[in-house]
Design a protein around this ligand. Sequence first.
Ligand SMILES: NC(=O)c1ccc[n+]([C@@H]2O[C@H](COP(=O)([O-])OP(=O)(O)OC[C@H]3O[C@@H](n4cnc5c(N)ncnc54)[C@H](OP(=O)(O)O)[C@@H]3O)[C@@H](O)[C@H]2O)c1
Length: 252
Amino acid sequence: MGQLTDKTALVTGASSGIGLAAAERFIAEGARVYITGRRKDVLDTAARDLGDQAIPIQNDVSDLDDLDGLFDRIAADGHRLDVVFANAGVGEANQPLDSLKPLAFDNTFGINVRGTVFTVQKALPLLNDGGSIVLTGSSSAHRGTAGFGVYSATKAAIRQFGRVWAAELAPRGLRVNTVVPGTTDTPGLRGLAENSERSGGFVNELASGTPLRRAADPSEIANAVLFLASDQSSFITGSELFVDGGEVQVYP
Ligand SMILES: NC(=O)c1ccc[n+]([C@@H]2O[C@H](COP(=O)([O-])OP(=O)(O)OC[C@H]3O[C@@H](n4cnc5c(N)ncnc54)[C@H](OP(=O)(O)O)[C@@H]3O)[C@@H](O)[C@H]2O)c1
């Protein structure tokens, strides 16, 4: 028996990086997993690699009609959800206050915060009581890094929503927790580098300030997500699980 045998999970932003690794881990533990992302070609490739237990649905979490379509489709398939990993998110570097553009602000908040809030809200009717909701936070929410104000603030909002939803949903036995990745070597993070040749160096530079002196592999975040998604964490709700190589809690 796997830890998620006969369970159905939704992982948003699962065509790449942390979401893809989590979907892979969930499937290895016996789950059927709905995976989403905006780029159809990337999503289809991920689904092919993940195999029959992955069900791809092209979707933009910042578009509420699109979100309705996602949950209508899951319901039409005759499935309910045991796990929601609301992970889809984007990061933007170099957005200091003095040059911040409203459009960039709206885009990052629209995906990371609005997208997460309405993903979870619209999932509620399909979620089985006793299920698990996992949100993706960031070590950035615990630091004041120049240029990362908007991104950090979106992730600070996520950690607070997680606590409030844990209180609101406890009567249904639904648990809500936030996984807090530190620097994790994903296509998304590499995309923040000035150019693709510099992306490896960029990730290493970011990771060099952490006690473990390296970036995480996405599978290391996925292991923590599996823990929060499964009954192994049955008495944990409203919490944040730091998977950051000690970045936030330990002085390097
Ligand atoms: N990598 C890190 O160091 C790090 C650290 C802390 C937190 N995080 C967080 O971890 C999460 C995953 O990031 P990652 O590093 O794995 O990045 P990634 O490799 O870029 O993966 C992001 C995934 O989200 C999808 N996505 C983005 N916007 C979306 C939208 N509007 N609707 C649906 N799907 C969307 C992407 O596919 P499409 O682009 O095709 O939509 C992709 O599948 C994010 O919430 C990020 O903020 C990452």
